[in-house]
Design a protein. Structure first.
Length: 184
């Protein structure tokens, strides 16, 4: 407990700042750590260090003997605890990302491009594709189906659907570049 340091010992140590701080720290570190832990401070050891860093420069100014010192130290500890709880209440909660619970959807670049184009332009571009490529792009981009869903509908593997989509996009890219060049 704090009885190891008496009023007389406290007064005798006032001339030697290092020895005074050492005695105060030995006497109060455990109780301050216990207080901060009991009050739910996230990192009680860091809080305790902050308390004693705040107490150290004011040791020579404390009056009231051991009672005054104890009151001062625990008032600083209490203030640090309140600050920590305020900081925690303002900080956003951190949660792990759970993709299955995220309702947001983002469209692909291809889907965005198709959405921005007029329906006539889309049909004109789709005319450059063979039947399988056209069907894959319509189901993937316009209908918004997954690769696996398109594969199930067309009776093809997921890899074949991906390959058809990739080749279709290459054809469209090449033909839209030619179309832009001709219109210039």
């Amino acid at each position: 407990m704090t009885d190891a340091l008496t009023d007389e010992a406290l007064e005798a140590l006032k001339g030697d700042q290092a020895e005074l701080f050492s005695a105060v720290y030995r006497t109060f570190a455990g109780p301050v750590l216990g207080y901060l832990t009991a009050k739910g401070v996230a990192d009680p050891e860091a809080g305790m260090q902050e308390v004693f860093l705040a107490v150290l420069p004011r040791l020579a100014d404390i009056s009231g003997g051991m009672g005054g010192l104890r009151t001062f130290i625990f008032s600083v500890a209490h203030a640090r605890m309140v600050d920590e709880h305020r900081k925690q209440s303002r900080a956003p909660e951190h949660h792990e990302f759970e993709p299955e619970r995220d309702p947001r959807e983002s469209r692909s670049a291809e889907s965005e491009a198709m959405h921005l184009m007029a329906p006539g332009e889309v049909m004109e571009l789709l005319a450059y594709l063979n039947d399988d490529q056209r069907e894959v792009l319509i189901l993937r981009i316009i209908a918004g189906l997954t690769v696996e869903q398109v594969a199930g509908i067309l009776g093809k593997s997921a890899g074949a659907v991906k390959q058809l989509q990739r080749r279709a996009l290459i054809v469209l890219r090449e033909n839209s570049a030619v179309k832009e060049y001709v219109s210039l």
